[in-house]
Design a protein around this ligand. Structure first.
Ligand code: ATP
Length: 295
């Protein structure tokens, strides 16, 4: 069952068309990345599905039904770093959040444990690093144990350690069975964390689907050998690939999906008296696919 289905969603801000009829659905249990360059409409889309913005046209369903309050209670939202009280501790801030949201007062200790802030739960918010502040924001989303989390650029502004911690946290929440919908403009982040993706460009959907399937429309076989000249010469006799590229001291052979066979490639070069020092089956990086799709 999809947790979210968007149908022909449009949002205009005066003359600016932020979303131009976007449709896709988010299956239960996935980590769904909404990816796109700055200004492509990611935040607007999350704003609409969180009931903060009214769409100009189109509709969406939550858990396959018309959106209602009982659906929204199953969704934790983190759209911007919330204004926690600087002079209060994590526990005190979450007590206030729970009162405002009217949910999850009993969960406070548990969610602080989940986001790895239990040891600092009584320190003032003002003493937290940015990474800890972001994790407290995620903890606040987790109050009431929602099934779905909606996160806008959850690693924005964090240092590499903070980014890694947040990624691990997202993976952990996904393993616990939560569906996570997150906007990002970081390709690498989406590739590392997300199972599914929708790519937006100037308010339009470019593509959507499983990350693996979007990336893996070709097999890429990389080979290397001490004598690159001989390797190139021998490669002329190799069959089955559709194109070949050279990347520094490595040759890349592009095969139609599912047709590359590393053993055959290895045997072929060995029979040509070439011993490979590199042989690897690779998929396209999301970065190259993204630039291919968005020019
Ligand atoms: P970013 O990665 O920079 O946050 P985004 O993909 O989230 O970008 P949006 O913030 O949704 O994109 O913006 C989409 C378009 O709508 C942009 O052209 C933006 O300038 C415009 N826009 C967003 N909010 C408003 C607003 N309140 N009033 C007018 N235009 C807006």
């Amino acid at each position: 069952m999809p947790v979210l289905t968007i149908e022909s969603l449009r949002k205009d801000y005066g003359r600016i068309q932020a979303l131009k009829g976007v449709s896709f659905s988010v299956p239960k249990g996935c980590v769904f990345g909404i990816l796109g360059p700055n200004g492509s409409g990611k935040t607007t889309l999350l704003g609409v599905i969180s009931d903060i913005l009214k769409p100009t046209a189109g509709s969406y369903k939550l858990f396959d039904e018309e959106p209602a309050d009982h659906h929204r209670r199953q969704i934790g939202t983190f759209l911007e770093t919330p204004n926690f009280y600087h002079y209060l501790s994590a526990v005190q801030n979450l007590t206030i959040s729970a009162a405002i949201k009217q949910r999850g007062e009993d969960d406070i200790e548990k969610v602080l444990e989940t986001v790895n802030l239990a040891q600092r739960k009584n320190s003032r918010f003002s003493t937290y690093s940015l990474g800890m502040k972001q994790r407290l924001a995620i903890a606040s989303c987790l109050l009431g144990s929602p099934d779905v989390l909606v996160l806008d650029e959850p690693t924005n502004g964090l240092d590499p350690v903070g980014i890694a911690e947040t990624r691990e946290l997202i993976k952990k929440l996904a393993q616990q069975g939560k569906t996570i919908i997150m906007a990002s403009h970081l390709l690498d982040e989406v590739e590392k964390v997300c199972t599914h993706v929708a790519i937006l460009k100037k308010g339009e959907l470019v593509t959507t689907g499983k990350v693996d399937e979007i990336l893996a429309n070709e097999d890429i076989v990389e080979v290397g050998a001490a004598d690159l000249g001989r390797l190139q010469q021998a490669a002329r006799q190799l069959h089955g690939y559709s194109s070949m590229k050279q990347s520094e001291s490595i040759l890349q052979f592009y095969y139609p999906l599912g047709t590359a066979n590393l053993e055959n490639v290895n045997r072929f070069f060995f029979e040509q008296n070439i011993v490979l020092n590199h042989l690897q089956l690779k998929k396209k990086s999301l970065e190259s696919k993204f630039f291919e799709l968005t020019n």
